[in-house]
Design a protein around this ligand. Structure first.
Ligand code: GDP
Ligand code: CA
Length: 326
């Protein structure tokens, strides 16, 4: 029996999930291990919510609300309505009835003492995502964003990433992005092994700061990626000088990185990246990226449907073949 390539994919939410769906089409016999960002996780109404893990699980498992990109298809909101009648907050984070079942099970298992990796594996038994979905860490890491706030002492305050992103729509200027707890976090079971034994590592078009950035900040993960014999190929989430969806530019600004496909490649750096895909309309940046010592190609990078995402995944695998270090 022949087995396909082992592919490791550090992943955020919507951008990663859509890319992974394409990768499964492009490389149907591959053994794909997803290293999921958990620093967006939040506890609401006593329930542990893991938005990025769930977005990957629902998208690959066929349960995603397709147009929205996150949350469940065919969703209702009776519980949220009842909570609002009780005056219980927050009211800015949407929790649908079907989605809530996932968070109830997760919280129950965590309370019983199971690590998040075991809980995620149990949830994936239902969804059969066709990949191994590993949390980046079983330890708690929470991204906080330091924002300007004229009313706060010192003119600034820190808020949970979800409050900044969902409630405040990334409008206040972000001064700093802090993955709280990351320096004490250990990579989750299987994470370093998946990177070390991979034939290819792909960085999907995920947020470079709060998705890929936090995964890289878990001690040991960046080193595993720079040390692995596998080529590491990234796909730009920035197209034509702006994020395709969302407000990633606001966070790039906070860490002093320009919102261009070339600046993000430079931020990751040639120690990490062997190859980088930019969108066709950023073809003028290919030489700049190549000058950094990173193989670069311009291809269509809009994931308008799963086939378009599959084409992107094929381009990334092609570049991995071409860019494999001797
Ligand atoms: P989140 O956790 O849901 O924000 O998702 P990710 O971190 O995985 O991805 C967010 C990033 O995906 C954003 O920076 C978007 O610009 C990028 N993105 C979303 N859709 C596309 C697409 O069709 N093409 C490309 N190139 N990037 C995309
Ligand atoms: Ca996310």
């Amino acid at each position: 029996m022949t087995t396909g390539p082992r592919i490791a994919v550090p992943a955020g939410g919507v951008g990663a999930a859509r890319f992974l769906r394409g990768l499964r089409i492009a490389a149907p016999d591959a053994q794909i291990t997803v290293i999921g960002n958990t620093a967006d996780d939040i506890t609401l109404f006593g329930l542990r919510v893991c938005p990025d893990l769930d977005t990957v699980m629902y998208t690959l498992g066929g349960g995603i609300a397709e147009d929205q990109g996150w949350g469940r298809a065919d969703e209702s909101f009776h519980v949220a309505e009842e909570l609002a009648v009780y005056g219980a907050g927050p009211d800015w984070f949407t929790l649908g009835d079907r989605d809530l079942a996932t968070h109830v099970i997760r919280t129950q298992m965590l309370s019983a003492g199971y690590p998040l990796s075991a809980v995620t594996a149990a949830l994936c038994e239902r969804w059969s995502p066709g990949v191994s979905l590993l949390p980046m860490s079983d330890d708690r890491v929470e991204t906080h964003v330091v924002i300007e706030d004229a009313g706060a002492p010192g003119g600034q305050r820190a808020v949970h990433f979800q409050e900044y992103w969902v409630r405040l729509h990334a409008r206040p200027r972000a001064i700093d992005v802090v993955p709280v707890g990351v320096e004490d976090a250990k990579p989750g079971p299987g994470v370093l092994e998946a990177i070390a034994t991979a034939d290819v590592v792909l960085l999907p078009p995920s947020n470079p700061v709060v998705s890929i950035g936090t995964i890289l900040a878990v001690p040991g993960i960046r080193a595993a990626l720079t040390d692995t014999a596998a080529p590491v190929i990234g796909v730009s989430p920035i197209v034509g000088g702006a994020p395709v969806r969302g407000m990633a530019d606001r966070l790039l600004e906070a860490i002093g990185v320009e919102s261009t496909a070339a600046a993000v490649a430079r931020h990751y750096g040639p120690e990490l990246l062997d190859g980088w895909l930019v969108d066709e309309r950023d073809g003028g940046l290919v030489d700049d990226v190549a000058a950094l010592g990173i193989a670069c190609r311009a291809v269509p990078l809009m994931m308008s449907d799963p086939q378009a995402a599959a084409q992107m995944a094929r381009a990334a695998m092609d570049l991995a073949g071409a860019g494999r270090p001797a």
